[in-house]
Design a binder for this molecule. Sequence first.
Ligand code: FAD
Ligand code: NAI
Length: 466
Amino acid sequence: MASYDLVVIGTGPGGYVCAIRAAQLGMKVAVVEKNATLGGTCLNVGCMPSKALLHASEMFEEAAHSFAKMGVSVSAPKLDLPAMMNFKQQGIDGNVKGVEFLMKKNKIDVLKGTGKILGAGKVEVSGDGKTETVETRNIVIATGSDIARLKGIEIDEKRIVSSTGALSLEKVPSSLLIVGAGVIGLELGSVWHRLGAKVTVVEFLDRILPGMDGEVAKQFQRMLEKQGFTFKLGAKVTAVDTSGKTLQAKVEPAAGGAAETIEADVVLVCIGRVPYTEGLGLKEAGVALDNRGRVEIDAHFSTNVKGIYAIGDVVAGPMLAHKAEDEGVACAEIIAGQAGHVNYDVIPGVVYTTPEVSSVGKTEEELKQAGVAYTVGKFPFTANGRSKVNQTTDGLVKVLADAKTDRVLGVHIVGREAGEMIHEACVLMEFGGSAEDLARTCHAHPTRSEAIKEASLAVGKRAIHM
Ligand code: FAD
Ligand code: NAI
């Protein structure tokens, strides 16, 4: 029987990164993957394909609407959807092969099949009609998450789709109804809207992007409406009639009341994701779950069973690839006897739309609720030189700092390239820096990042360009 120091179940960003770090630390490692390709949700049906389509559809939109005003005259772009899907697939393949290469480079065994924990120290792998059992000193559960479903609305991945189906539609729907104004709804809604679909988003709450700063979300909503999105907030879809040529969705106010019917070619259900532990044998192995079905862990990623750990989407916390990766590294280091650690106060979140939305640390609502005295500095991109010359002035930077110590507690950005810009705030916050530190850091001119410096100056009421 093969024997390892560590067997990681699942090869998403959490699992494969954990395996690499453990191998770097001298462990003999195997990963178990039931999917035909490595890389998990993120590489196969998540982050990567969605970003490829966001990029391609943005280029399509720019060619159609922005080139001419810059004096670049081209004939109206034509959409070749199969070619765009091929571009997406090439991106997936490249990244998946990259993970395969990294497994080989780090001498990590890849065991293809479904992993089942038979108890501490034993994992059964079954696939292709074969079953083998391997011995291991440690197990890391990195099995990720699955789509959350709406009761009574069956996803067929053709007309009623989850994010997976929405990444592979065969033609542009003339109308797309999206259930849930979260990250997936707004990103994939943007893709299909740019390619020509009429997009309506039904959201249960009275705001979009719950969890993001309220002011930033409100501004972002207005920008999306200007692009052509329709939002129905405080509403829910209770049924979808699939009998006709077009789908008929029944939409009711969240608090109850008169229903209306909205017609759509395609309905995208994206109301969150749920931890995935099916077939893992956790019950038999005695591994405890919390009340939301997530694997329960302590501060060191250890489950209640010694030698079994868990990381990523299958445990509590934001369901983000970089959070899973950082947990993978920390968990491997802890298993190796080192002091691995994740700072959950500094995990950025990005929505990769146009413009982008990014965020790190506390929102204004969270600070208010916690009774923390804070100061705010804001700077709009309309006053940023680079944004002006590029005519991409939508959005703002908002810096929240502790009123007494000036320590930065949160940074929120809506605007082009916001996803790249957020990281200087992350580094600053990792070092416990202040708004004054940011304000006194020389920023290259002309860059959009100068808006972060100006927003930090604005905390002390001394922005220069406003
Ligand atoms: P996963 O990536 O879900 O990987 C789990 C793996 O475990 C899978 O490969 C699965 O096949 C395997 N597995 C499960 N059970 C078993 C078993 N019993 N035996 C063997 N293998 C098993 N996050 C971001 O940070 N940025 C983004 O831009 C982003 N975009 C997204 C877009 C979409 C459309 C979606 C759906 C998600 C997106 N996410 C994004 C979220 C991101 O994909 C997840 O947070 C991330 O993949 C979690 O990583 P993980 O390693 O925990 O699990
Ligand atoms: P989400 O949690 O971001 O948003 C779900 C939305 O649906 C919420 O606004 C919620 O209020 C709403 N909702 C819930 N039930 C509803 C109902 N019955 N009717 C109407 N609205 C309802 O989840 P989403 O968008 O499905 O994404 C899943 C996960 O994937 C997220 O946790 C996210 O972090 C991750 N992801 C991250 C991305 C990124 O980092 N750029 C991109 C895509 C996904």
